[in-house]
Design a protein around this ligand. Structure first.
Ligand code: PLP
Length: 412
């Protein structure tokens, strides 16, 4: 008998039969409040009628038209539509299917554009599981375990972590930037540095927002030394943090922006955006992928962007995120094992810590399982798996947020 690989058998025991809005239903029609959103993907909720309608229409029109062979209208329309939301000047867009592939494309672009070898990544960052993306990833040792040698030319610098470093945000920023300056003197001279890649909120690394001063400091150094600032918005983009892009909180402009997950409500689609100068002059060689920029995924993304705009989902993420954070902080106040509640918008983490101050993955795992048992699906993250995170669809309502807080309080 053929079975799933062991890696897939470890997944949650819920057998999802269907999804509707913020809810998933199993084969017995038991309802779960889905605060995982397929790891931040189903931004408009499960099976939003407008996304379903757009995809169904496209399926009956043209499913696949490989974009280096024939171009198709959904991708052209999506590209034009992205112009409404992309940072000014980032007006050339390239499409692939997943976050990891887009990260790989950004590395190719940076190396081509600068002629320099090194990519600097943040300690605790996550950029995917393909070999290039895994080389940039340190959160979750499992991503790299036993698969070396990794891609060369990758250097790591610390991400400011006020909670774990037990200091103020300002002190954490100063320390992280000082270490970055030191790294540019010792391990990756500016003339060898093609780019730094950063997440606006450290995602798999524990839902730690990058302080605006930190991102501004990276921007300054990229300008001063002529390397690129790549912002990985795979998890933080398309409204998730209560602004359209996570980096909007810092008021900086990336040189390369990566987006995926929430872009197409569950259809595989990712993109990188950069200036015309970077994309056209500095990107020779073969690019693309057989399924990149799929027509149905592009139609779903177009519908997603319309729903995000017309249903005010960015503002909803800010409002419901603030409500959820407040509720989680109240729960944490009664449970000292939750040492920190943090995040941005609808991307919130609860860090479990022992009285001695060490990560408490066992209690986090128990709370995570108890929540699922009670009907609330959550995820864990963080270097030790001790952060229970909540990343619901952006359509979540006040009643659903309050219900989730209540279930969480009983699960911890
Ligand atoms: N970058 C970030 C910030 C992510 O959170 C992820 C996935 O969680 C990726 C890249 C990789 O995306 P994918 O799993 O679609 O390859």
């Amino acid at each position: 008998m053929t079975e799933l690989s062991p890696a897939l058998k470890q997944a949650t025991p819920v057998l999802a039969a269907r999804g509707e809005g913020v809810y998933l239903y199993d084969e017995d029609d038991r309802r779960y409040l889905d605060f995982t959103a397929g790891i931040g993907v189903t931004s408009t909720g499960h099976c939003h009628p407008r996304v379903v309608e757009a995809a169904q229409r496209q399926v009956g029109t043209l499913i696949h038209g490989q974009y280096t062979t024939v171009m198709h209208k959904p991708l052209l329309q999506l590209t034009e539509r992205l112009g409404d939301v992309l940072p000014s000047g980032l007006d050339r867009v390239f499409y692939v299917n997943s976050g990891s592939e887009a990260v790989e494309a950004s590395v190719r672009l940076a190396r081509h554009a600068t002629g320099r070898p090194n990519i600097i990544a943040l300690e605790g960052g996550f950029h995917g599981r393909t070999m290039g993306a895994a080389a940039l990833t340190t959160s979750g040792v499992k991503v790299r375990a036993g698969i070396g040698p990794m891609m060369g030319g990758v250097v790591f610098t610390p991400f400011p972590e006020p909670y774990r470093w037990q200091c103020s945000t300002e002190q954490a920023v100063q320390r992280a930037l000082a270490e970055f300056d030191q790294l540019l003197l010792t391990q990756s001279s500016p003339r060898d540095t093609a780019a730094i890649i950063v997440e606006p909120v450290l995602g798999e690394g524990g839902y730690i927002p990058a302080p605006p001063q930190f991102l501004a400091g990276l921007r300054e150094r990229a300008d001063a030394h002529g390397f690129l600032l790549i912002v990985d918005e795979v998890q933080t983009g398309v409204g998730r943090t209560g602004r359209f892009w996570g980096h909007d909180h810092a008021g900086i402009r990336p040189d390369v922006l990566i987006t995926a997950k929430g872009l197409a409500s569950g259809f595989p689609l990712s993109a990188i955006a950069a200036s015309e100068e970077l994309m056209s002059k500095a990107w020779p060689g073969s690019q693309g992928g057989t399924y990149g920029g799929n027509a149905v995924a592009a139609a779903a993304a177009l519908a997603t962007l319309d729903v995000v705009e017309q249903e005010g989902l960015v503002a909803n993420a800010a409002e419901q995120g603030a409500r959820l954070a407040e509720g989680l902080r109240k729960v944490a106040a009664d449970h000292p094992v939750i040492g920190d509640v943090r995040g941005l918008g609808l991307m919130l983490g609860n860090e479990f810590t022992t009285p001695e101050g060490t990560p408490d993955a066992a209690t986090a795992a128990r709370a995570h399982a108890a929540a699922a048992e009670a009907g609330l699906l959550l995820l864990t993250c963080g270097p030790a798996g001790n952060v229970v995170r909540m990343i619901p669809p952006l359509i979540v309502t006040t009643e659903q947020v309050d219900a989730a807080i209540e279930l969480w309080a009983t699960a911890v």
